[in-house]
Design a protein around this ligand. Structure first.
Ligand code: ADP
Length: 169
């Protein structure tokens, strides 16, 4: 009986921890880099209380972008999208925190910037669909796949934010 209760408690604690430890993949696209918006986008996630776990600044080849957007391979804009995404350096990142996948998407705004609310990243900085400056995973499953595509496990930093107790109760 005690063992069962302990096991249930441990599973509950792990699930609560897992909730806080959710990770998402956010990428600043070449247009966001060119327009000098890297600092602003990073700052929004930092100020919200999310934890940066990994980040790169690098130009990637078209084959890599084709893999990233493989689910859109049948869309007419797929070749143009992959070409643009490989046209300059991007900033792929991993952010961690409670509900960060859903909140990351909310912070980015709608795919079409003209339908993004002011206050969101796309709603504040963009106009055109093909120049919407950032990408964010749309589910936990996609986040896990995208993180594995863009980062080696050794590139994911394991660290505690000293502000943690003031972000989470
Ligand atoms: P999101 O980036 O919001 O997850 P999608 O995965 O549907 O959106 O599309 C990937 C990217 O492809 C979008 O961010 C946008 O830059 C581009 N895109 C989407 N739809 C179109 C379209 N109809 N025409 C041109 N580009 C598009």
């Amino acid at each position: 009986m005690v063992a069962t209760l302990l096991s249930l408690f441990s599973r509950f604690t792990t699930e609560v921890m897992a909730g806080n430890q959710e990770r998402t993949f956010i990428m600043i696209k070449p247009d966001g880099v060119q327009r000098g918006l890297v600092g602003d986008i990073i700052q929004r996630f930092e100020k919200r209380g999310y934890k940066l776990v990994a980040m790169k600044f690098k130009q990637f080849d078209e084959a890599h972008l084709k893999q990233h957007y493989i689910d859109l391979a049948d869309k007419p804009f797929y070749p143009k999208l992959c070409k643009f995404m490989s046209s300059g350096p991007v900033v792929p990142m991993v952010w961690e925190g409670k509900d960060v996948v859903k909140m990351g998407r909310a912070m980015l705004g709608a795919t079409n910037p003209l339908q993004s609310n002011p206050g969101t990243i796309r709603g504040d900085f963009c106009i055109d669909l093909g120049r919407n400056i950032c990408h964010g995973s749309d589910s936990v499953d996609s986040a896990n796949k995208e993180i594995a595509l863009w980062f080696d496990k050794t590139e994911l930093a394991s660290w505690s934010m000293c502000t943690g107790d003031n972000v989470y109760e």
